[in-house]
Each structure stands twice: as structure tokens, then as C-alpha cells.
Design a protein around this ligand. Structure first.
Ligand code: ADP
Ligand code: ZN
Length: 767
């Protein structure tokens, strides 16, 4: 029971004195924020704060706040945002020291229990402070100690009873009539109306004044126009299998070769789930969130309100989209890894496209794997999840082979005219190469250009960075801050580190021997471009790299040029491999594919295979049959043999057998404990100290093995040196127990080792 004893209001603020079971309190409401002063009892709340500590913090408030409410509190002399994690708790510290919550953002809906459970899980699984995990999952606007305005409610218009009784506009007012007829069918958004008649806003205003039209909040989801394609048998079977599983947790791995129509399968299931009034979460790799894909979603779901969440979105827009998803105003959430944290009610389907892509792993702060969290969310929401890829991660393939995931296969290209590309291996072992090109490759490019085809020259980024070296003494230029070699950027006349972005002008003389004639080695995109211009005079050669596509509109412009047939040869790195659909492209040339096979990273063959299958998939997407030429010095290597046969299962099963014999993931669970310091010896000493400490009492579980400390492959980064210890176990529970022990010791020793920074990476993908 509560009673309002006194209330007062002016246009900008309201105040009330309220009496209830907790005593008397005075509350002032002002622009979406309420400030309350207790006059009687207080309720203690545990709050999550964005600080690197494992604890929650207790603050007081006169009445019980819903869990998940955003508030502002005083902390270390500042006012910071916090999230109510538990309400009505006992005071754990001296109650005199507990400070009051300064502001309650009670106009914002609280983050619900499912969302909080997801974050609780993520923080525990990745051994990361809960408060920091919570704030890492929120968009910028919600991390600040300020209220955010709710997103404007999009309006639609419906005919009132009076409106329905009116005679239709005269036939010669054609556009007006079209508008009227559309309204007879049901609610119409202003944008849909404007598409029919540019005068719609003023007409609607007039009709509203006449009482013919009512404004309502736009529905989150409207009719889905029929698909332009009839699904083929395999697509149909895949879609049906997932639909039949709706209503319960069911993980699927959709393995479909590139161009087999996976996206159409997702769309088909999405349409059904949305029509049932449920929400869909659609995750894509960083690089795939192209205007092309978004346009495809827009085209297929024009009346579905979609929130687009990715790291490049402007902070304000991201916050608004987040809130629209949370409030249920958006029915479809499309986004990159961070979108996995979007609060959604009535989640009915999760899709992870290109599930093998490395961008689903976050490599700093909360080091989460969005694909794994997506599976967790589907389980929580009791709904199906579809992980799709032409080259699934070996983790997912392993699960499908063992029946943990249901395997759905699309074995043919969907477009009837699109045959699989033909993959040819070019053995370049005893050949003299012209800036990386074999004579055969150049001849093919020339021939294709002469016949009006479009080609792509794909550079495997590993082992392909152009560098500067001294031909006399062999000096190479390493980054002074990292263990990386500096990359030569001819146009900018600079050497750049691609790991920490250190830059310096190209040196004129060798610092070791004084030689003034330094040589450029490697075939960076620029040198390849030069060679192509000479070999193909008259061809339009376009280089695609991070620099040339830095801005959002760069891709759009590139697509326009390609669509207009104004590009003959594309040159680029893995940015070109994924997701792009270029109808005229019919020849792909892969230079220097071998580099990553010499890598110490056990995932290098998996990545190379995926990359090359992807890039091969770019060729011959529509009517022109595609050809792929892969230059290699190792034509007999299993990766290239499987590639030539375009046989992912063959590759995956062989690779899994190798991993099993070596006890590598997915046959073991791994965590990396990392430390960095100004010098390697400090980093190593710190980790060794903890290993020594374990002898005094702490015991790792029997199944957990410990390796290291060792320097990381990229041992220096941004002026710091990095070492790591690996923990491995065949039992996940034991591994987590071991990580927990490590963490206690790290916490203990960090206080006396101020130069050290440490982190824990569970299921690491970098070594
Ligand atoms: P994926 O996602 O597997 O690479 P997409 O869904 O992008 O494949 O489909 C590849 C191409 O085939 C697209 O141009 C798409 O429009 C077309 N397509 C997909 N399904 C069908 C179908 N059932 N019939 C005809 N064309 C189709
Ligand atoms: Zn560097």
C-alpha cells in the first residue's frame, strides 16, 4: 500500500511525497529522471559498475528498484552509470558507509532477466568482471550517467470507422486513389504512403483532422512479399527441418557451398518465425555487413522493422537501435558480434551466417565468441539456431559429426546456370615469377580480359606483405615496438607496422652497412597492381584494401562501378573473399597461397582452406562459368588437394583426425593466461611466479595440463612484450576450475606488480 500525500507539478517538473511500507519519501521527477530523498527507511541494492573489480557495489535507495534498472551513483569522486543487479539485499558493509543512488533512469525499461542471465553467464565463462562485462555489452549511450531519450515511436495510419464509410476519391486523382485503396488493406506507414503519393503527409494530416484516419504505433512486423525464388529440394528440406523444430532449442549446422542459397534458406525460416510474432537475431561477420546484404534484407522484409547493430554505426544510432530492439519495436536484429548482446523478447530464431568467421571472436576486454554465446541464447530462449557456412569451423563440424548439431547440407549451386568453378593448381616450384605472377597466370588474365571477362587477383595476406631490405647485408626493417616486420607503403613513402600502426618515412640508407640502394621485396597489392597495368594495358584495375575502403561509402561506390561493368580486374586481400556477389567475375587468381602453411598456428590450414574456398566461390556466380588458378609450391599438400576437389568434408575430417592425434581443440579445451610488461623477462617472471606459487597449496585439477610461459607468436605489441601460459583439459569443468585458481593468484600478485597487465582468453583463437 502506498499513498501519495502531496503532489505538485509545473510544466517541467513534478514532485510528490509518498508514504508506503518503507517509510516516507520525497521524489522529484524531471525530464525522465527521478531524484528521491529518503525521509524514512532505505532499501539496499547491489549494482554492477564499469570497474575492473569482481564485486558488485551496495547503494541505498528509499524504495525497491526493479532489477536491470539503470541508475547513476557517486563513485570515487565521480558520478557513474550503474545497473541494478539485485534489490532488497542485506547491507554487507557498515550501513553508515552506504551511499544513496543519485539518479534513477526510470523512463528506460529495465534490462530483463534473460539479458542479465546472459551477461552473468558470459562473465563467468570468460572469467571477466561482471560489471565490466555488462558495460561492454551496452551501447555507448547507455554506459553514461545520463538518461537517454527513448526512440521515437514510428507511426502508421489506419482508416477510422468514419473514414471507412467515406466514398473513395475520384478516379482521376490517381495517386490519391491509390493511397486510399492501400489504406483499405490495412495500416500504412508514412514512408510507404509517401512512396505512393508524395503529398501523403499533408493529405494524411487533412484526413486526420476530418476524423477519417487514426495514427497508431507501427507494428514491428508486416507482410512479407513472396520470395523471388522457388526453393529447390535441398533448400526446402533445410528450411522445413528448422521450422519443424521451432518452439524448442535446436542447433543446426547448415553446410552449403558458396552460392547454394543459404541466405534464401535463412530468409524462408525468418519469414515464418516473424509471421508468428517472434523476433529474429541475425549475426554476420564484420566484413559481410555490406550494403548489398542489408539491401537484400530490406528488399525481402520491407515491412519488418529492423535494427542494425555493428561497431561502425554511429554511437547515437546504435543506442537507438538497441532500445528499439529491447522495447520490441524492431522485430529483426541484424548485426556483427556485439549484436549477440541485444536484449530481445520473444526470440524465435537465431542465425549466424559464415559461422566460421574469425570476427565473431572478440580479442580484447571481454574476449567472447559470439557464435558460442548465440547458441547459449538460443538454448535460453528455447528456439532453433542455424549456423551457416560453406566451410564450417572445425568446432561446429565436430559437433555436427557427433550429433550435437543437426547437419543440413546444400550441395549444389542454387542459380541453375551457375556451375561450380573449376579449380586448377599451378605448380610454380621451378618457375621464374614476374612480381609473383607465373607466365601462365598472366596469359590467363590477358585472355580473359580480351574476351570481356572480369578477373580477381587474390593475395593471401600471410607472407605477402611488401617489405624493404638491404641487398648488401640482408638487413630487414622490424617495427621497434612489435616483433612484426614493417610493411612498405610505396605511395605514402612510409614503412608501417600492421600490428601497432607505427609509421616512419622510408629510410634512404641501410642503418647497418650504409648501403644506399635498398630493395623492395614481396608483392604487395601496389606492386601487383603495377605489374597488371603493364601486362593489361587498357584494363581497369582496381585495388581493394583497408585504405581504399576505409569509409562507408567506399564500398557502395565500388559496387556501383562493378555493377556498371567499369572494373576489369580487382586486386585485393581477404576483404574480397567474403560475401560479395559479382555477376561478371569469372576468373580468380590466387598468388602465394603457401605462406600460412608454414605458420606455427595450428589453425592456419583451416583458415587458408576457408579463405580459398570462399574466394573460389566468388567466381562464376551467375551465368559465366568460373575458373580459379591457385599458384603454389606445395601442390601435393592435403589442403590444396581437398581444395582442388572442392571437398570440405574431406578436408575437415582429415584435419580433425590430425587435431585428435595431437590433442588439439576441439578435442581439448584450452585457455590462455597472458601477461604483458615492458620487457619479456618481466612478463615471463610474473607468470612463473604464479606457477611456483601453485606448488604451495593451490592444485590444478588432475586433467589440466599447463604449458609455458612462452612468448606469444606476436611477442611485441605496441611497445609491450607478451608471454602466455596455456591451460588444457579434456574436461571443460576442470579447465574452468583451473582458470579460477589462476585468477585468484593473478589478482593477488597484481597488487605488487604494477607494470604487469594480464588477461584470460578462454577458447583462444590467436596463439
Ligand atoms: P549463399 O548464401 O549460399 O552463398 P545465396 O543465398 O546468396 O547463396 O544464393 C546465391 C544466388 O542464388 C543468389 O543470387 C540467389 O538469389 C540465388 N538463389 C538462391 N536460391 C535460389 C533458388 N531456389 N532458385 C534460383 N536462384 C536462387
Ligand atoms: Zn609495431
Amino acid at each position: 500500500m502506498s499513498a501519495i500525500l502531496w503532489a505538485w507539478a509545473i510544466p517541467t517538473a513534478k514532485a510528490a511525497i509518498i508514504a508506503d511500507g518503507h517509510g516516507l519519501r520525497a521524489t522529484v521527477y524531471n525530464g525522465g529522471v527521478s531524484t528521491t530523498k529518503a525521509c524514512g527507511t532505505v532499501i539496499y541494492h547491489q549494482l554492477a559498475l564499469n570497474v575492473p573489480l569482481d564485486t558488485l557495489f551496495t547503494y541505498a535507495h528509499p524504495h525497491r528498484l526493479p532489477e536491470g534498472t539503470r541508475v547513476a551513483v557517486p563513485f570515487r569522486g565521480k558520478t557513474v552509470a550503474a545497473l541494478v543487479w539485485a534489490a532488497d539485499v542485506a547491507a554487507e558493509i557498515d550501513s553508515a558507509k552506504i551511499r544513496p543512488i543519485a539518479q534513477v533512469f526510470d523512463h528506460e525499461p529495465p534490462l530483463d532477466a534473460d539479458w542479465r542471465a546472459l551477461l552473468q553467464f558470459a562473465a563467468r565463462y570468460y572469467h571477466y568482471p561482471l560489471g565490466q562485462a555488462v558495460f561492454a555489452a551496452l551501447p555507448q549511450g547507455l554506459r553514461e550517467a545520463r538518461p537517454v531519450a527513448p526512440p521515437p515511436v514510428a507511426q502508421s495510419f489506419v482508416l477510422s470507422a468514419t473514414g471507412l464509410a467515406q466514398a473513395a476519391p475520384k478516379a482521376h486523382h490517381r495517386k490519391q486513389l491509390a493511397l486510399w485503396q492501400a489504406l483499405q488493406q490495412g495500416a500504412l506507414s508514412l514512408s510507404a504512403a509517401k512512396a505512393l503519393h508524395t503529398q501523403a503527409p499533408s493529405l494524411f494530416k487533412q484526413w486526420q483532422e476530418q476524423g477519417w484516419l487514426n495514427a497508431i504505433a507501427s507494428p514491428a512486423h508486416g507482410a512479407v512479399p513472396p520470395s523471388p525464388h522457388v526453393l529447390n529440394e535441398e533448400q526446402q528440406a533445410a528450411s522445413q527441418a528448422v521450422q519443424a523444430a521451432c518452439g524448442g532449442f535446436a542447433p543446426f549446422l547448415l553446410h552449403g557451398i558458396t552460392g547454394s542459397g543459404k541466405t534464401e534458406v535463412y530468409f524462408d525460416i525468418m519469414a515464418k518465425v516473424l509471421a508468428a510474432g517472434q523476433r529474429v537475431l541475425f549475426l554476420l561477420p564484420e566484413i559481410n555487413l555490406t550494403p548489398q546484404l542489408l539491401a537484400r534484407v530490406q528488399q525481402r522484409f520491407p515491412h519488418t522493422r529492423t535494427a542494425v547493430l555493428h561497431s561502425q554505426a554511429a554511437a547515437g544510432a546504435r543506442t537507438q537501435d538497441y532500445l528499439r530492439a529491447q522495447s520490441g519495436q524492431a522485430a529483426l536484429v541484424v548485426g556483427t558480434r556485439l549484436a549477440v548482446f541485444t536484449p530481445l523478447r520473444q526470440l524465435g530464431l537465431v542465425v549466424v551466417d559464415e559461422e566460421h568467421d574469425s570476427s565473431f571472436k572478440q580479442d580484447s576486454d571481454l574476449r567472447y565468441q559470439a557464435r558460442d554465446l548465440a547458441v547459449w541464447r538460443a538454448q535460453q530462449a528455447a528456439c532453433p539456431i542455424v549456423l551457416g557456412s560453406a566451410t564450417p569451423s572445425l568446432e561446429s563440424w565436430h559437433k555436427a559429426r557427433h550429433g550435437d548439431y543437426r547437419l543440413l547440407s546444400l550441395s549444389q549451386r542454387a542459380h541453375h546456370a551457375a556451375a561450380l568453378p573449376q579449380i586448377v593448381l599451378a605448380d610454380v616450384r621451378r618457375q621464374k615469377l614476374d612480381n609473383g605472377f607465373s607466365a601462365q597466370a598472366l596469359a590467363l588474365l590477358q585472355q580473359n580480359h580480351a574476351q570481356g571477362g572480369m578477373s580477381m587477383v587474390y593475395l593471401n595476406r600471410r607472407g605477402f606483405a611488401p617489405a624493404l631490405f638491404c641487398g648488401d647485408c640482408g638487413h630487414t626493417f622490424g617495427c621497434p615496438h612489435c616483433s612484426a616486420k614493417m610493411v612498405l607503403h610505396q605511395q605514402a613513402r612510409q614503412l608501417r607496422c600492421h600490428h601497432c600502426d607505427f609509421r616512419q618515412p622510408i629510410p634512404r640508407i641501410c642503418p647497418d652497412c650504409g648501403n644506399q640502394d635498398l630493395t623492395a621485396v614481396g608483392h604487395g597489392t601496389q606492386r601487383v597492381e603495377e605489374t597488371l597495368r603493364q601486362a593489361l594495358p587498357g584494363a581497369a584495375v582496381v585495388r581493394v584494401d583497408r585504405d581504399s575502403t576505409a569509409r562507408k561509402q567506399d564500398w557502395a561506390q565500388l559496387y556501383e562501378r562493378i555493377d556498371a561493368g567499369a572494373v576489369d580486374v580487382l586486386v585485393g586481400t581477404q576483404m574480397l573473399a567474403k560475401g560479395h556477389d559479382f555477376a561478371r567475375l569469372n576468373l580468380v587468381l590466387v598468388l602465394n597461397a603457401d605462406g600460412s602453411l608454414y605458420s606455427a598456428d595450428f589453425r592456419a590450414p583451416e583458415r587458408l582452406f576457408a579463405e580459398l574456398m570462399q574466394v573460389a566461390g566468388r567466381a562464376g556466380r551467375a551465368d559465366a562459368p568460373g575458373r580459379v588458378l591457385v599458384q603454389t609450391q606445395l601442390p601435393d599438400h592435403a589442403v590444396f588437394q581437398a581444395l582442388k576437389a572442392q571437398d570440405y568434408p574431406r578436408f575437415a575430417d582429415a584435419e580433425l583426425a590430425a587435431r585428435q592425434s595431437l590433442g588439439l581443440p576441439p578435442f581439448a579445451f584450452v585457455a590462455a593466461i597472458r601477461a604483458d610488461a615492458p620487457s619479456m623477462s618481466e612478463a615471463v617472471a610474473f607468470l612463473s611466479l604464479i606457477i611456483d606459487e601453485q606448488a604451495n597449496g593451490f592444485r590444478l585439477p588432475e586433467t589440466v595440463s599447463q604449458f609455458g610461459p612462452v612468448p606469444m607468436l606476436m611477442a611485441r605489441l605496441a611497445g609491450r612484450e607478451r608471454a602466455q601460459v596455456f591451460l588444457e583439459s579434456t574436461r571443460r569443468r576442470d579447465l574452468h576450475h583451473g582458470i579460477g585458481l589462476w585468477r585468484q593468484l593473478l589478482r593477488h600478485f597484481e597488487t605488487t606488480h604494477r607494470t604487469i597487465r594480464w588477461s584470460i582468453d578462454v577458447d583462444p583463437t590467436d596463439i
